[in-house]
Design a binder for this molecule. Sequence first.
Ligand SMILES: Cc1cc2nc3c(=O)[nH]c(=O)nc-3n(C[C@H](O)[C@H](O)[C@H](O)COP(=O)(O)OP(=O)(O)OC[C@H]3O[C@@H](n4cnc5c(N)ncnc54)[C@H](O)[C@@H]3O)c2cc1C
Length: 293
Amino acid sequence: MIEKENIKTNESLKDHTTYKVGGTCKYFITPKDLEELITLIKYLKKNNMKYMILGNGSNTIFSSKEYDGVIINLSNLNSMKIEGDKIDVEAGYQLIKLSMDALNNGLSGLEFAAGIPGNIGGAIFMNAGAYKSDMSNLVETVTFLDENLELKTLPKEELDFSYRKSLFQKNNYIIISTVLKLTPGDKDEIKALMDKRKQRRIDSQPLEYPSAGSVFRNPSEDIFAGKLIEDLGLKGYTIGGAQISEKHANFIINIGNATGEDIKALIDLVKSKVKEEYNIDLHVEQRFINFED
Ligand SMILES: Cc1cc2nc3c(=O)[nH]c(=O)nc-3n(C[C@H](O)[C@H](O)[C@H](O)COP(=O)(O)OP(=O)(O)OC[C@H]3O[C@@H](n4cnc5c(N)ncnc54)[C@H](O)[C@@H]3O)c2cc1C
C-alpha cells in the first residue's frame, strides 16, 4: 500500500529533532499524499499500532527508548497557493519558507515567523508565535482529519487558540492544511522588520547549538522565565550533554551527545528551583514523547 521508499525502519529520531535527541522508531513513514495518509492511519488503527505525527521536531523531546510504533512525517503534503491576501498551505510546508513567500508577495503578518523552524502543522498545533503575534492572528480556517478520519474544516473561533495553545493539543486530529489571511504591505518594510528580528535572534539566542527554542512559557507578560533562571545563577548548569545556555537562560542546548533524559532532568531541576525560590510553577512549551514507563 505505501511505497517502500517512503518507509524507513529503525530510524534514529536524532535526525528528526532539532535537539538531536531520541532513540530509534520502529517505522518512519512519509505518505506520498492525503489518500495514502488515510490508508496508513486506517491500517494502524485496525492493527492497534501506536503512531504520531512529527513535524520538524523543533518542539519535541524524545526519550532514548525505542518508539515502538510509527512516526509519520507529512513533508509530502506541501502545496502552497497565494491568492490576493490569502494563503492556502499544507501542513508539511516550512514556516520559514512561507514567511519568505509572504515577503516576496508583499504580504505582511508572517514577519514574526521568519526564525521559527517548524512546519505549518507544528506551528498550528503549537500556535507558534513571537513578538506579540502568533499563528492564530492569521488563521482563517484549519482543515484536519478527525478521529473517524473525516476531513473537517473549522474557523479560527472554534480552534481554542491561546498563548502556545490550540484545540489540536487536546485530541488526536491531524492538521492537513490552513488558510491564512495576511495584509498587503510594503516589501521593503516587511524585509527590514524581518532582518531586524533575525539579527535580534542571532544576538540573543544560542543558534549555533542544537535546541528547541524557549523551554518554558513566560509566567506572565512581565515575568520572563529566562530572567528567573538567570537570577538563580543556573546559566551554564549542565546535566550529561544538556546545558542551560550561557547566552539565553530559557534555552537548553545539546553540547554533545545529550539525551532526552538529560534535558528532562535539567527541566525538572529548573522547575523545582523556581518553585522553591519564587513559588512559581513554570510550564514547559516543549513536548515530551515516550517518557512514560
Ligand atoms: C532555534 C529555535 C527557535 C524557536 N523559536 C520559536 C519562537 O520564536 N516561537 C515559537 O512559538 N516557537 C519557537 N520554536 C519552537 C518550534 O519551532 C515551534 O513550536 C514550531 O511551531 C514547532 O513546529 P514543528 O513542525 O517542529 O513541530 P514538532 O516538534 O514536530 O511537533 C510539535 C507537536 O505538534 C504535533 N504536530 C506536528 N504536526 C502536526 C500535524 N500536522 N497534525 C497534528 N499534530 C501535529 C506533534 O505531534 C507534536 O506534538 C523555536 C525552535 C527553535 C529550534
